[in-house]
Design a binder for this molecule. Structure first.
Ligand code: FUL
Length: 448
C-alpha cells in the first residue's frame, strides 16, 4: 500500500497545549531560592526582617546563568517573593523590598539582572511569587490582599520580557489563629494569561506538583488526568507533573550545608525518576550570601551533566533494523524503524483498534546494555498503559523489564545484559500505540 493512502493517527484527547509542549521539551530546569532568608539563615522568614540585611556584595547573575547553561539547564525560576513578602524587585506596593536594602544603593533590581543574564545566555526565565505573605498587612483581608497580589503579578509580568513559567506555591503556615486569606485563584490565573499568554502556570491549570520534594515521580505517571471530582467538564485534562527538589537539604543557602550537596549517584537517581518518568526536573541551586552560585554546587552540576551525557552517548539501537507485529496501513512512513531513526517527529504506528503489538530490534551484533529509553509522540496523546521489554537469549525471549506508562519519556534501568535482538511488547494501550523512540544504552557506572 502506498503511504499516500494511509491516514495519520488521530490525536487521542487530551493533548498538551503549545505552552505545555514547549515546557515538557525543556526537560531540565532550575530554581533559585534567594532573598532575606539567605541572610537570616532561615527557610521560612516571618516578614519582620530588616531589609538592610539583604546585601549580596558580589551578586553576579551572569555567573548563575553561565553555570546553569553549562549544566544543560534550560530555564531558571527565581523567587521574586517568598513567604516573608520581601521582594527582589522594586515594588510600588510595599516597602519590604530591595529598595530599602543597601544593595546597589537601593536602586538595584535582582529580577532584572537575572532576567537580562538569562536572556543573554539563552535561558528561559520563570518567576515564583508566593501567595502566602507574612509581611503584607492586608494579608487575611481577602479582597485587599488579592488586589495587592494581582498588582505585584502585574509588576513582575510586564517588566522583564517573556516569562515562561509562573510558579504558585501552595504553602501556607498560618495556624488555627492565623489570618485566613481566600485567594482569588481564578483572578491570579487570568492576570497571568492576560499579561504573559505563553507562560505555563505551575500550581494552576497547566502544570501540577508531583506531590513530594524529592524530585521523584511515580512509576506510573500519567499526563492525562480524569476531570476533578464534581467538575462539570467531563473531559480528561492534560496535566503533567513537575518534580522539584533542592541540590542541598534546604531551599535557601546555608553555609552549614556546603558539605551536604546531593551526591552524583543521588542526582542520577533523581534524573531517572523524574525526567525518566514522564516529568520535568526542577532542581534548586540556591545562590549564597555573596550573590553567587557556590563552587561546590557548580562542580556537582557539571559532574551530573557529564555523567548523563556518558550514559546517553551511544544509542545501540540507533538505525538498527526493526520489525513489528503490525505497521499502520503497511506504510513505510510508520514502519518499526521509525522508532530507531533518532528523528523526534517520526514514529512507529499501528492500525486504529490495535492495542497490543510488538516491535523487534536487531542490533546487528551482540551488544551490552542496561538502560532502555521509550518515548511516545505526546502531541497525539499519551497511550501506553503496560509494556515489557524482552531479549532473545538464543532460544527464547526472556523478560528484562516491565513497565506501565511511557509518555514523553520513560527510562528503565536493569542489570547489564548482552543480546543481539530485543523486543518491546506493548500489552495494553488506550488506543493504537505510537512509539517515537526505542533506545538502548550502556550506563558505564553500573557494576552488575
Ligand atoms: C514550598 C515552600 O514552602 C518552600 O519554602 C519552597 O519554596 C518550596 C519550593 O515550596 O512549598
Amino acid at each position: 500500500m502506498s503511504s499516500r493512502s494511509v491516514t495519520a493517527p488521530a490525536p487521542l484527547l487530551p493533548v498538551p497545549n503549545p505552552r505545555q509542549k514547549a515546557w515538557q521539551e525543556m526537560e531540565y530546569i532550575a530554581f533559585a531560592h534567594f532573598g532575606v532568608n539567605t541572610f537570616t539563615d532561615r527557610e521560612w522568614g516571618e516578614g519582620d526582617e530588616d531589609p538592610t540585611i539583604f546585601n549580596p556584595g558580589q551578586l553576579d547573575a551572569r555567573q548563575w546563568a553561565s553555570v546553569l547553561k553549562e549544566a544543560g539547564i534550560k530555564m531558571l525560576i527565581l523567587t521574586a517573593k517568598h513567604h516573608d513578602g520581601f521582594c527582589l524587585f522594586p515594588s510600588r506596593f510595599t516597602e519590604h523590598s530591595i529598595q530599602n536594602s543597601p544593595w546597589r544603593g537601593g536602586k538595584g533590581d535582582v529580577v532584572k539582572e537575572v532576567a537580562d543574564a538569562c536572556c543573554e545566555a539563552g535561558l528561559k526565565l520563570g518567576l515564583y511569587l508566593s501567595p502566602w505573605d507574612r509581611h503584607e498587612p492586608t494579608y487575611g483581608n481577602s479582597l485587599a490582599y488579592n488586589e495587592y497580589f494581582k498588582n505585584q503579578l502585574g509588576e513582575i509580568l510586564t517588566r522583564y520580557g517573556p516569562i515562561t513559567e509562573v510558579w504558585f506555591d501552595g504553602a501556607c503556615g498560618e495556624g488555627p489563629n492565623g489570618k485566613r486569606q481566600e485567594y482569588d485563584w481564578e483572578g491570579f490565573y487570568a492576570t497571568v494569561r492576560r499579561l504573559q499568554p505563553e507562560a505555563v502556570i505551575f500550581g494552576g491549570p497547566d502544570i501540577r506538583w508531583v506531590g513530594n520534594e524529592d524530585g521523584v515521580a511515580r512509576e506510573t505517571e500519567w499526563s492525562v488526568l480524569p476531570p476533578p471530582e464534581g467538575s462539570e467538564d467531563p473531559q480528561a485534562q492534560w496535566f503533567p507533573a513537575e518534580c522539584d527538589v533542592s541540590i542541598r537539604p534546604g531551599w535557601f543557602y546555608h553555609a552549614r550545608e556546603d558539605g551536604q550537596i546531593k551526591s552524583l549517584d543521588h542526582l542520577l537517581d533523581v534524573y531517572f525518576k523524574s525526567i525518566g518518568r514522564n516529568s520535568v526536573l526542577l532542581l534548586n541551586i540556591p545562590p549564597d550570601r555573596r550573590g553567587l552560585l557556590h563552587e561546590n554546587d557548580a562542580r556537582r552540576l557539571i559532574e551530573f551533566r557529564e555523567a548523563v551525557e556518558a550514559i546517553f552517548k551511544t544509542d545501540l539501537a540507533r538505525r538498527a533494523k526493526g520489525e513489528a507485529s503490525q505497521v499502520r496501513g503497511g506504510s513505510a512512513e510508520y514502519a518499526a524503524g521509525r522508532a530507531m531513526d533518532g528523528h523526534p517527529d517520526t514514529y512507529w504506528a499501528v492500525d486504529d483498534g490495535v492495542t497490543s503489538a510488538w516491535l523487534e530490534v536487531d542490533l546487528g551484533k551482540e551488544a551490552s546494555f542496561n538502560v532502555a529509553r521509550l518515548e511516545e509522540p505526546v502531541s497525539l496523546g499519551q497511550r501506553v498503559q503496560a509494556y515489557r521489554i524482552e531479549a532473545w537469549d538464543g532460544a527464547a525471549w526472556k523478560e528484562i523489564n516491565r513497565g506501565t506508562t511511557v509518555g514523553y519519556r520513560k527510562l528503565d534501568r536493569f542489570p547489564t545484559l548482552t543480546a543481539r535482538k530485543v523486543r518491546l511488547v506493548i500489552e495494553k494501550s488506550r488506543s493504537g500505540p505510537l512509539i517515537r523512540t526505542f533506545g538502548l544504552y550502556l550506563d558505564p557506572r553500573r557494576k552488575d
